[in-house]
Design a protein around this ligand. Structure first.
Ligand SMILES: [Zn+2]
Length: 271
């Protein structure tokens, strides 16, 4: 496994806390990644103000252009209720990676909302059927996840699906080979990207926007120098190794604990 070449910077969003959704149904993990609506407005506004172009890779892009890609994973209801109006306001397009088996569930998009996103010019792509880690599935189950999600989304939108977001960011050379065989041309992970000698496609990196300091994190990522980007990609490979070693759930729990603000002792004021 090698580090991938630097590619178009890509931001990965999950849920948005919408004032129009009275009872958000986020798990603790989803809450860690869900950002406030005003923070989403701040981030997209800053991207526009700083002169970034936005791409969904619908056509080839000039590699030297200042271009960013916006992606949303996990088919949250807030993607239709909050993200879509904000994106339309800023005249931006994004890629929505849909977990097909979750459509219609509580707090998730319905099929008519998936179609409405597509009809509004957003790109609808695959985040598998069941969100199981693809690298843990046998060949037959992996093929079903890749092919069924692609076909179902193409039927629902009438548009080609050629991009895959790896559930939990988990992939390996076999997953990339099978994704290519199933007709995917672009596979996105959730680290900083890597390539495998035996795979025809690279795993492209993304920056996961988190609930803690979302704008500052995005700006640090977007304004990173080539050297600091390379360092972050090395760190990402180390993160993947830590996930393998500790297991996904323990890794995520430790990460949440380490990112919690430290409680300060209350000092009584004597005056
Ligand atoms: Zn996901």
């Amino acid at each position: 496994m090698k580090l991938g070449k630097p590619t178009t910077p890509t931001l990965m969003f999950h849920g948005i806390h919408s004032r129009y959704i009275a009872e958000p149904s986020y798990t603790e993990r989803e809450r860690f990644y869900a950002i406030r609506e005003d923070h989403a407005i701040e981030i997209f506004g800053r991207i526009a103000d700083d002169g970034w172009g936005v791409t969904t890779f619908a056509s080839e892009i000039d590699a030297s252009a200042k271009t960013v890609c916006l992606t949303f994973d996990d088919a949250h209801l807030s993607h239709y209720v909050s993200a879509l109006p904000i994106l339309i306001d800023f005249n931006m397009n994004a890629i929505f990676f849909i977990t097909v088996g979750e459509v219609g569930q509580r707090g998730k998009l319905s099929w008519s909302q998936v179609k409405a996103l597509s009809d509004s010019g957003m790109s609808i792509q695959s985040h598998s059927v069941s969100h199981r880690p693809l690298d843990r599935l046998d060949d037959a189950a992996l093929t079903r996840e890749l092919i069924d999600s692609k076909m179902i989304l193409e039927d629902a939108t009438g548009r080609e699906v050629s991009m895959l977001s790896l559930p939990g960011g988990r992939g390996d050379a076999r997953v990339l080979r099978q994704a290519n065989a199933a007709g995917y041309r672009r596979v996105l992970g959730s680290g900083r990207g890597r390539t495998y000698a035996s795979a025809p496609l690279p795993e492209l990196g993304r920056y996961a926007v988190k609930s803690t300091a979302p704008l500052a994190g995005c700006l640090r990522y977007l304004n990173a120098t080539p050297l600091s980007r390379a360092q972050e990609r090395i760190q990402s490979v180390a993160t993947a190794a830590a996930k393998d070693l500790l297991g996904e759930n323990l890794y995520e729990s430790l990460k949440r604990i380490s990112s919690r603000p430290v409680a300060r002792p209350t000092v009584s004021n004597s005056s």
